[in-house]
Design a protein around this ligand. Structure first.
Ligand SMILES: Nc1ncnc2c1ncn2[C@@H]1O[C@H](COP(=O)(O)OP(=O)(O)OP(=O)(O)O)[C@@H](O)[C@H]1O
Ligand SMILES: Nc1ncnc2c1ncn2[C@@H]1O[C@H](COP(=O)(O)OP(=O)(O)OP(=O)(O)O)[C@@H](O)[C@H]1O
Ligand SMILES: [Mg+2]
Ligand SMILES: [Mg+2]
Lengths: 254, 254
């Protein structure tokens, strides 16, 4: 099974919303995904309905004291498994700092434990290409890049492209990537302009499924729920169901 | 004149959009603001119409080799002055690392040079509370916190509140703050719910001016323009003009 990093250094493009609802989509397709929350904001942890996590029980304990990931996994209400984050994760970047091996801690930690279960692993990243995100990119087989249908977010993808190409030459392997357009508001000309530019530049790396702008997607995390449990009849639920099926069919999680 | 950091570790809440259009509003009110771009994405630099910046001419040169900020300031097309950013800024966090003095480099660099001009200084921050943003918060007299009218962004403010209180006790001074609600879509119940929660918790720290959701605000950076030069008759221009006046009147920039 594949490990997928969900990343774009542009903030607020729908990384967590995509991680939450793709995880829920995979759970509903009996794929039993495991999520790792690598964002100090711990929004994926929160949206999974998990509160008051102690640092020793979070992914911080893995980075700080080498606690095995398998001991940090817990079950979310909706059925998937998650290694939660806490705020202290923000200190890891400075803590690990310039250490050459700092970037591959997660890759080594994953290979010994979680990958044995055969479940797809999704990693929610913070909006910064620092040591935490480097860990996610080196541990991942593939990268899913959410791009919201606006100009500054499109900028983020060009930048990320450059960073991934640099990483590929260092790793001497290809990092397969897919781009998914989020917050697509069909009432706006800008949305179509951005979608066309993304397609023009990234061709068939762009998912056919576009996630439309839908207030239920912005509301569900408030109730610690994914879109399928919160508003199953909403356009948001239909879009994320379609995205889950499109990615499953293309073997993105294999 | 005051130094203002524009920060919320939640991504995509309108930090750069607020920095750009407040800077433009201050320029139109003849306050000749100076902007410092502390985001490795360099979106404020881009939205100011500045392209192809070399590292030695950017704020990276200040952090890396101590080049005086006054030598790095340049004029944007629309009239304000800016110290631009480049991608290499992302490496500063790891470079400065654990050094106790790393957080006050900008404060020391500013006091000797730019503050003498009497111009208000605005700092656009990246969505991560690392060493770069610590520099902004320690250099700032006040913090302006954009909160977009959605749940995850509201979460960010609670977290930031805790971090600023910790910083205040370390600095033994108050860090005055104001919250501004952005991307307010009056067609959504969620927007009013979030606005009420922000008011309930932060009282008169919340600006009376709300910035409404307006596609012109998402489009103007694509043309390297602020909202006043791009769409002067738009609701976005009216909102940012009102915000500029409200903050000027309350002495926020003094
Ligand atoms: N398709 C959508 N329709 C409406 N709102 C959305 C949609 N996708 C995301 N949002 C809202 O936009 C905001 C940003 O999304 P989200 O937090 O998932 O982005 P992110 O990339 O994870 O942000 P960060 O960079 O802070 O980690 C959230 O409040 C979310 O609820
Ligand atoms: N009032 C608004 N109406 C419509 N779109 C907006 C508004 N404010 C911001 N946006 C759009 O939302 C996106 C996020 O805004 P912006 O980039 O300013 O946020 P940010 O907090 O600076 O993001 P980051 O965390 O990546 O630095 C941008 O594409 C911007 O154009
Ligand atoms: Mg997120
Ligand atoms: Mg920004």
């Amino acid at each position: 099974m594949a490990t997928i990093a969900i990343f774009n250094q542009k903030g607020g493009v729908g990384k967590t919303t995509t991680c939450l609802n793709l995880t829920a989509g995979l759970t509903r397709a009996q794929r039993c995904p495991v999520v790792i929350d690598l964002d100090p904001q711990a929004h994926m942890t929160l949206a999974s309905g998990i509160h008051e996590v102690r640092q020793e029980e979070s992914v911080v304990a893995f980075f700080k004291s080498g606690k095995p990931l398998a001991q940090l996994v817990r079950q979310a209400q909706a059925g998937w498994e998650i290694v939660p984050a806490t705020l202290e994760l923000a200190k890891i970047d400075v803590m690990l700092g310039n250490d050459a091996k700092a970037g591959s801690l997660l890759r080594n930690g994953l290979s010994e434990e979680l990958t044995l279960t055969g479940a797809p692993i999704l990693i929610d990243c913070c909006p910064m290409l620092g040591v935490l995100t480097l860990n996610a990119l080196l541990a991942a087989d593939r990268v899913l890049i959410p791009v919201s249908a606006d100009f500054l977010s499109l900028q983020g993808v060009h930048r990320l492209e450059v960073a991934l190409n640099v990483l590929e030459s260092r790793l001497k392997r290809k990092i397969e990537r897919r781009v998914v357009v989020t917050r697509f508001d069909a009432r706006r000309k800008l949305a179509f302009e951005i979608f066309d530019k993304v397609r023009e530049r990234y061709g068939n790396l762009v998912c056919n499924t576009r996630i439309s702008e839908n207030v239920s997607l912005a509301t569900s995390p408030m109730h610690g729920k994914d879109i399928f449990n919160f508003a199953p009849a909403s356009p948001g639920a239909a879009d994320y169901k379609a995205l889950t099926l499109e990615l499953l069919k293309s073997g993105f999680f294999d």
